[in-house]
Design a protein around this ligand. Structure first.
Ligand SMILES: Nc1ncnc2c1ncn2[C@@H]1O[C@H](COP(=O)(O)OP(=O)(O)O)[C@@H](O)[C@H]1O
Ligand SMILES: [Mg+2]
Length: 265
């Protein structure tokens, strides 16, 4: 029994070392410096956003300012319907603010060409959603490779594919699912699917991970595992903005901002 215990511990230790190595290889920035010493990578400046609801106008964001430094792990909280997802979509270039702007490395993303905006969504940011949004009929490996396929043409994909597959396998190891590469994603549990979604978000080495309630559909133990993974990634230098309505989860990040009545409290 004792021997078994020690072996398991040893494997865990080795895995954890490997995970940290892969995590740090996957980020391009200096993990050693404290995030406040790093430049601001993304900011929302006085953003407003309304939605038309029949004849009325629903004012969701009423002048929101957020600033995130490279290497920072920030949580955005707020009650249901407070505009957390709306803000995350604006930061990720999935939607446009009515007024105000989103700046990435000091440039207003509204000034980007269509091509550059696509690249921003596909390469500069990586999205993780509450309900994973994997393609069920594809294998785990294929799901992780989708963002690479989407950003490369057919010819470029042929040239890149073996390197990309190796990178995807490394990420599967990072998220603890190396032995599941060939399984269809619908065969996995919720927590495992979210790990695959995180690997997919990482495959293009994004500057920023944008995660919308990534633990919202998971039991607390599984959610905790996902948060440990985010913490490892952040320690290796990954910038992360995570929406959550769970205060306990939020307080494991560097700082928490709260949306109340359309503004940051
Ligand atoms: N595309 C949309 N069209 C109309 N209303 C929307 C749209 N997206 C969000 N809303 C509304 O905006 C409010 C904020 O939504 P959301 O950002 O999803 O909140 P949260 O993520 O904090 O729960 C909600 O009342 C929601 O119904
Ligand atoms: Mg939401």
């Amino acid at each position: 029994m004792e021997a078994d215990d020690i072996d398991i511990k040893k494997i865990r230790r080795e895995n954890s070392g490997k995970r940290k190595k892969i995590a740090s290889e996957n980020t391009q920035h200096d993990a050693a410096s404290h995030y406040t010493d790093n430049p601001v990578i993304i900011s929302a400046k006085d953003i407003t956003k309304s939605f038309r609801m029949g004849r009325t106008n629903l004012r969701v964001l009423k002048g929101v300012d957020v600033q995130v430094h490279r290497g920072q792990f920030m949580a955005i909280t707020g009650s249901s319907g407070s505009g957390k997802s709306t803000l995350l979509h604006l930061l990720g270039g999935l939607d446009r603010p009515d007024t105000g702007m989103v700046e990435f490395n000091g440039c207003n993303i509204a000034d980007y060409s269509a091509g550059k905006l696509n690249k921003y969504r596909n390469k500069n940011v990586g999205f993780v959603f509450q309900f994973y949004h994997l393609l069920d009929e594809l294998t785990v490996l294929e799901n992780i490779l989708l963002p690479v396929m989407a950003s490369a043409g057919t010819i470029a994909w042929l040239a890149k594919s073996s390197k990309a597959k190796k990178a995807a396998m490394d990420l599967l190891e990072l998220v603890g699912l190396a032995d599941r590469a060939k399984q269809k994603s619908y065969q996995l549990s919720g927590g495992e699917r979210q790990r695959v979604a995180i690997a997919r978000a990482l495959i293009n080495k994004p500057d920023i991970i944008l995660a919308d309630e990534p633990t919202g559909n998971l039991d607390s133990k599984t959610g905790n595992g996902i948060l440990n993974l985010f913490e490892d990634l952040n320690r290796a230098g990954q910038t992360i903005i995570m929406v959550t309505h769970d205060e306990l989860i939020a307080h494991r990040t560097h700082n928490v901002v709260k949306l109340v009545d359309g503004k940051i409290e």
